[in-house]
Write a protein that binds this ligand. Structure first.
Ligand SMILES: [Zn+2]
Length: 173
């Protein structure tokens, strides 16, 4: 890296075997407001960006996330999405209890507990079916709003008169 670029908030660093774009821009460190879906969600995200911390880390979560925490395991907690997708009967979030942004950062045991917790929801609510979606990493690729690893458990409301299938976006654009 040249001296000219040193200290810039977004650095393009070339490593031995790959070119890596490292986003250290403080505005996009923990969240990506351009992927938000609602005006009040954008308002909350502006507060998060101003605070400069991760909204899903346990010590910050309840400052921004008002729905109740339903269950807490060793690696994940279960809550509902504050901004559920339309045409869903349920839209839960399983939020990692540590700050992982990719699967590579999370322990394998977290994967086992994720299965257990989704199975618990299935049994608890007698779920007929649905989907589990997890974005990871760079929000340009994931289209995520919060980088902190979280799983979305989505049960569509197929019996609603105006039902439209849930489409889960991956990749900004
Ligand atoms: Zn976090």
């Amino acid at each position: 890296m040249s001296k000219k670029n040193a200290g810039h908030s977004t650095d393009h660093q070339t490593t031995d075997n790959q070119t890596k774009v490292q986003v250290s821009d403080p505005v996009r460190r923990f969240v990506d407001i351009s992927n938000a879906r609602h005006d009040d969600q954008r308002d909350v995200m502006r507060r998060i960006i101003a605070a400069g911390h991760c909204p899903f880390c346990r010590q910050n979560l309840e400052r921004y996330h008002t729905p109740p925490i339903i269950k807490e395991g060793k690696y994940w907690l279960i809550t509902t999405n504050k901004w559920p997708y339309r045409h869903t009967r349920h839209h839960w979030l399983l939020i990692g209890l540590e700050h992982w942004e990719s699967f590579a950062e999370a322990p394998a045991a977290a994967g086992a507990e994720l299965f257990e917790l989704v199975a618990w929801l299935e049994r608890q609510h007698n779920l007929p079916g649905g989907g589990v979606a997890i974005r990871f990493g760079d929000t340009d690729y994931s289209a995520g709003t919060v980088k902190h690893l979280h799983a979305q458990v989505i049960i569509p409301d197929i019996e609603a008169d105006d039902f439209q299938p849930t489409r889960f976006k991956i990749g900004k654009g």
